[in-house]
Design a protein around this ligand. Structure first.
Ligand code: TXA
Ligand code: MG
Length: 322
């Protein structure tokens, strides 16, 4: 374990090709030098991740990200200038140094500048760009606390840099603005389509079936062992009444968290806690259509279905409902 003030040591380990778990504002990442094929190979092994799913490259400051943007990609440049450092990832033409293992064989790379100062200092100390997927084993929740990161990666990495709990709680918004005319959101996140359209005055759309898929979306996504049931806000009371017949259950709702940002911040940790506590079900309030699109996306991927009155037992199983 490295304390927050030991970021320099994290950088040294990264520069010599070791794996280091690094904090970011979104989720903890499993970092390795983006220039070292062997280190990248070790990342795929530690994560048990398919090799054709490319990694996000993290750089330590905005200027380093802007250096990678070709002159004709003005929209991509503006996105970085507006949101980086922050929970945004942009797709860029791959520079010569990006080894094929990082790109998953694609001619592009995904780049982001994480917010925490200790993480940016660690990357700068490393002196190399740092490839970092989320620090979970494939099919597990992305860690958003040090305890979760330890559970995922203990024994598989040289060090874990402690940055405390993540403040965003879901993975970054990934955008492709290489057309220079519109922004295509490949993975929704805290920074929303509406926000980008408003801030940049440009067309923003979510990736559709016509587009080349984000490689990662082809793979099975994390679903907690405790079934997640989506509940529209006006059905929460009915769902709660049914859930009261269960020994123990988790509720994720505005009433519990206060706002959707806090809900998002605590999402993966709440899944993890529910698993450890052996709860029968997770009732998850569904944000209204068109709001909190990152949270909605992760909830839909994690869920077994949507609540209907009198039918909670369908998801929970005969174990509790007879
Ligand atoms: O918030 C985040 O982005 C976190 C933290 C650690 O930075 N990282 C993260 O990485 O979520 P990962 O590997 O779990 O997800 C990366 C996603 C995958 O879906 C991958 O397919 C996609 O980014 N990706 C990476 N390179 C790409 C590229 N060149 N073109 C399109 N998608 C790409
Ligand atoms: Mg991931």
């Amino acid at each position: 374990m490295l304390r927050p003030d030991q970021y320099q040591r994290a950088g040294e380990l990264l520069s010599r090709g070791d794996l280091v778990v690094i904090p970011t504002e979104t989720v903890y990442g499993l970092g390795a030098s983006a220039l070292a094929s062997a280190a990248i190979g070790a990342v795929f092994d530690a994560k048990e991740r398919p090799r054709d799913n490319p990694l996000i490259v993290h750089v330590g400051e905005l200027a380093a990200a802007l250096d990678l943007v070709p002159p004709d990609l003005g929209l991509t440049r503006r996105i970085l200038e507006t949101y980086a450092p922050g929970p945004i990832t942009v797709i860029l033409p791959a520079p010569a140094w990006a080894v094929p293992e990082v790109r998953g064989g694609l001619p592009t790379i995904a780049v982001r500048v994480p917010s925490p100062e200790i993480t940016r200092k660690a990357i700068i100390a490393a002196g190399v760009p740092v490839a970092a997927p989320s620090a979970n084993r494939s099919g597990r929740p992305s860690p958003t606390t040090v305890a979760m990161a330890i559970e995922e990666m203990d024994g598989r990495v040289a060090a874990i840099l402690d940055g405390g709990p993540c403040t965003v709680g879901i993975e970054s918004t990934i955008v492709d603005a290489r057309s220079d005319r519109e922004v295509v959101i490949l993975r929704p996140g805290r920074i929303t389509a509406a926000e980008i359209a408003r801030d940049l005055g440009c067309v923003v759309r979510l990736r559709d079936a016509e587009d080349v898929p984000t490689p990662g979306t082809r793979y099975r996504h994390y679903t907690p062992r405790v079934p997640v049931v989506l509940v529209p806000a006006d059905e929460l009371d009915a769902a709660r009444k049914e859930a009261k017949r269960l020994p123990a259950w988790t509720e994720l709702s505005l009433q519990r968290f206060g706002d959707f940002a806090t809900y998002e911040e605590n999402l993966y940790r709440a899944f993890w806690d529910a698993e450890r506590a052996g709860h029968a079900v997770i009732l998850a309030e569904l944000p209204p259509e068109g709001s909190a699109e990152g949270l909605t996306d992760r909830l839909r991927r994690a869920a077994v279905g949507e609540y209907r009155r009198g039918e909670l037992g369908r998801f929970v199983g005969g174990r509790f409902f007879g």
